[in-house]
Each structure stands twice: as structure tokens, then as C-alpha cells.
Design a protein around this ligand. Sequence first.
Ligand code: NAD
Ligand code: ZN
Length: 604
Amino acid sequence: MIPARYGASRFPGKLMQDLGGKPVIVRTYEAAKETELFDEVYVVTDSDVIFQEIEMNGGKAIMSKKEHDCGSDRIAEAVEFMDVDIVVNVQGDEPFTSKEGLEQVLRVFDGPDAEKIDLASLMTEIHDWKEISDPNCVKVIVDKESFALYFSRSPIPYPRDKNAAMQYYKHKGIYAFRKQAILDFYRLPMRSLEAVEKIECIRYLEYGKNIKMAISNTQGIEIDTPEDLVRANKVLKESKKETVNNKYRNFPMVPKVVFGQGCFDQLSSILAPQRKDKAPFIFLVDKVFKKEQALIDRINLRFNDKLIFVSSEEEPKTTQVDQIVKDIKAEFTFKPSGIIGIGGGTILDLAKAVSIMLTNKGSAADYQGWDLVKTKAVYHVGVPTISGTGAEVSRTTVLTGPVKKLGINSDFTPFDQVILDPDLTVGVPKNQWFYTGMDCFIHCVESLNGTFLNAFSQSYGEKAYDLCMEIFVGEELSEEESRGKLMMASWHGGMSIAYSQVGVAHAMSYGLSYVLGTKHGIGNCIVFDHLEEFYPKDVILFKKMVKKHQVEIPKNLCSNLSEEQLETMIDIALSLVPLWENALGDNWETIMTREKLKALYLKM
Ligand code: NAD
Ligand code: ZN
């Protein structure tokens, strides 16, 4: 419920002010809906103007019948005859309400002390004495179970002992009520503490209710003044980029890696300290190794460890991840000690996704996108047996889902440990070696020619590019040297796109793969062969490499596609906005039109 009063004392009509082309209240409404945390979202208002605006934008609004002094009374009136269990009060003037905060406040109702809770609210750490002593900032103190003891505009507690460590908290005006709690309070007379502090939630304490406080440190912007609105407009302008390609991103990296011929034998001793009592290690191994007993013996299964052979015939799917997770959960009572992926990009991505889905609810499809994973994955280790994708180092796991082909891109995706043993790649067939190796080359080209390029991605990209030149164009390297170098090129190529993005070839190759099931490496090659308009010098170089290594690049894949298949292909490719932004800049949509994309596909 979003209570919305038209006349705010400090900034009249603020909810109808323009914020990036829509009124503030509409932004707030949309933000609340987008969290997908609620069965229903309503604006409850005293104003015809706000009511109509929300309805006009396809939202749901309720007119309050009576005059109310406060938001919760307005909500109480609205929910009195509704069938609800928990009602969340989202402030109308907080258009950047974060999903994280709302989730925190709802999560307390799943806790062991849920019975005791009448309502829940949020608090944020504050550190600056100026803020702590500012009467506009409401402070809260809590007991050891995080139930609110008191709210005040004074600094609480008073820091008599200046040396005692104390964390101060600011109260954020988001509440989640049990329906009964909000009805109990409807129109209860204000008492003296609330009256003197002018803090609404003190009333609940004065009537003996239990307020559980959750902590959220994500900062929104409240629109209290015209200056706030200016600031909010600025944030909004930048926010589209911020979520996907924030200028200053804070990246996790693979914390541990071993490299060198034969280092695969370290696996057991690396895993040993990670083993938890009775909890198995699960090894996901490419089916191609099923007959390679010598390699399997080196894995050294212990206790109830399990080895699962997985086919990499097809691109990994969200349904496949869900099935593996389901099987593991059905077989073992304990959450595995770790997941170890041994294979190419397909198996590495599956291992990453399975480790995430063992600790996160729902389907892998729910997490395709940027930063949707909330809970840390189980320990996971990557052991590449073919080089080029960079999947061993990347922050994503590319999956084909029911509606899209998109990675689970999150801080919890990267491996905890990677084992880089170039000898494991000895048996890779020539064509496959080339296709996967070209994935690396194309990562570098797309990163180095992209608009997102910075010194970070450039330094990795250039190194990987040079290594690819040595490997695929040069004449000097022994096979052994070449294997080691390609393994490192793959790593650097992956690092290069971490702080950048891929580009045209990848966007188009995802479309091919979604409709035709074309595998990533070969798909990239098919596409890249026709991209001289975008990457002129590198496409020439690519053709040279194809010739030198006598590999075949399939042609005429799209000539027999139905109109519908082509349209889907185009939809999938165009949905990868950050890739296009990187490749062609902000105005990419004027360059890569549907017609243009169609013409390109038809050439393939
Ligand atoms: P792959 O894992 O699909 O394997 C390709 C083929 O090589 C398979 O037939 C496999 O059995 C075989 N193979 C692998 N190692 C072998 C060995 N040592 N000896 C003999 N045969 C061997 O290929 P890939 O190109 O490494 O991975 C492609 C996948 O990686 C795609 O699904 C793509 O989406 C994904 N990818 C992920 C990222 C990422 O950042 N997560 C980046 C790029 C690509
Ligand atoms: Zn790739």
C-alpha cells in the first residue's frame, strides 16, 4: 500500500512532480510492482488527480473515504475489508524503494520469532555525528532480538562514554504490518510520546506492540524538497546504466587458482579442507571423459562423493540445472560440500549454476539477469578441459531458459577455486579447439572495440589478443606451449569482458543459438565471418586463421528459416541491450534496426 497525500507541507504537490517523464507517485508505484514481492500494489490517496494518474498508467488506486492524519490510518481504512495477511506501507515519495529493503522487512515474518511480531520496519546504519544529532533523522535502538525499544529525534543512546563502540541506526519509514496490528491501531488516540517527538511509530510502542527491525543499508532518495527532486532526476538518468554497467563496479574475482601441467593432481588436497562432515562433493564431468578411466581415477572419490557425467551436446538449460539440483537434493540430506565442474564452458556454467541453485529457491530461470541472486552459492570449483570461453573466470553462467538466453550474472557466480592444467586439453578435436579458441579472440575484439573500454579491460584484452595471434597466426609455438598460452588467453579474455561487455557477434550468436541450438563457439564463428562492417581488420584476420587451420565454418543456416523463427532470433538478439550499447554506443537502436539485423542473419 502506498499512501499518497496530495498536499505535503514541505513540498506541496510533490508526488505529482515530474521524475524522468512520469510523476513521482507513478515511479514509486512501478518500483513497488517491479519488485514482484507483492500480490497486489495499491496507491491509497485523498486526491482525484493522483487517483486518475495511477489508473491512467494501468495501476490500481483507492480513494480514501475519510480524512486521515497519517499514512497507516489511510491504509487501515483501505485494507479493513480486504483479504490480506501482511500489508506493507511503501512511502509515496520514495521512488527508488529498493527490493532489498522490502525483502528484508518481509523476511522477518519467516523467522523463528514470527509469532511475536506485530509489525516490522527497517533501519540503516549511520556513522556521521552530524546525522546522528540531526532531529530530522529519526534514530532507533533495539533489544538483542532486534525488537525496537524506542525511536527518537535525539541521539539515542546518549554517548556518555565516548570510547564505547556504538552503532547508531536511522529509522526508515517502511512498515510491514500484520493486518490485525494495523486495524488495532486505526484511529487509536495519539499519546504523549508520539505527540512530543512527532514520530508516528512511537504510538505502536506506547500501546505495547512488538516492532521487529530489519537492517538494510541500501540508500534510496526521499523526495522532501525540490532539491531532492533535481537529485532524483539525475540518479534516474544514470540508473539504467548503473544497474548493468555501473561505472564503478565492485567485482569479486576467483580467489584461488593453480596453474601448470599436471596440477590437476592437486584436486584432492585442495578439496580436503572444504569437506564438511557427511556432505559429499559432487563432480559434474563432461561425458566425453566417461571412457577415460585414467582421468576419472585421478579425481579420487571419497565417502559419498558423487560423479555425474553430463553431456555437452547442447547448450546448458535452466531446466537441466533445475533437474540436477533436484536429483542432488533427493539423494542427499546434507547440502553438498562443493560442486566441481570438469569440462568446457558448458560444464563450467552448469557447475556454477547448480552451486547457486542449491542455496537459492525456485528455478534457475528466475535468476537469469544481473544481480538477482541473493544467497551465497555452495563452494564451487572449475576445471577447464578446453580453453577459450573464459567461463572459468567470469561472473556469469550462460543459460538457455524458457524465454531467454541469458546468464546468471552475480557476485556469487565466480568459482571459489580454479584449476588450470593445460594437459587436460590434449584430446580436444581440432575444429572444436578452433571454435572455442575463437570465442576468446572474439571476446577480445568486442571488448577492445567497445564503447565501454577502459584501461582495466584493455590491459587484459590486449594481452589475450596478442596470445591469440601467437597461437592462431604465428608459427613458433610447440603444441605444449600453445595449450598453456591458450589457457591463459581464455583467462585474460574473460577478465577483459568483466569490466566491459561483448558485442555484435555475441548478441547475434545468442539469437542463432536460441532458435537453432547452435553451440556458442561455432555460432560466434558463423556470425563473425560476416561482421566486416563492424570489425573490419579483425574479420580479415579471422578469415586468415580459418584458412590457415583449415576449419569449416557452416553457411546458409538462416536461408530456410520461417518468418516466425527469424523474428524470434531478432527479438533475442535485440534484447541484449548492454551488448549493443557496448558495441555501438547509446544510439545503437538507430544503427541496428530489425531490418538491418534480418539482412545480416539472412547472409549467414
Ligand atoms: P563445450 O563445453 O560445449 O565443449 C565443446 C566440446 O568439446 C564438447 O563436445 C566436449 O565434450 C568437448 N571437450 C571438452 N573438453 C574436451 C577434451 N579435453 N577432450 C575432448 N573433447 C573435449 O565448449 P566450450 O566452447 O568450452 O563452451 C561453450 C559454452 O560456454 C556455451 O554454452 C557458452 O554459452 C558458454 N560460455 C560461457 C561463458 C561464461 O562467461 N560463463 C563465456 C563464453 C561461453
Ligand atoms: Zn563468448
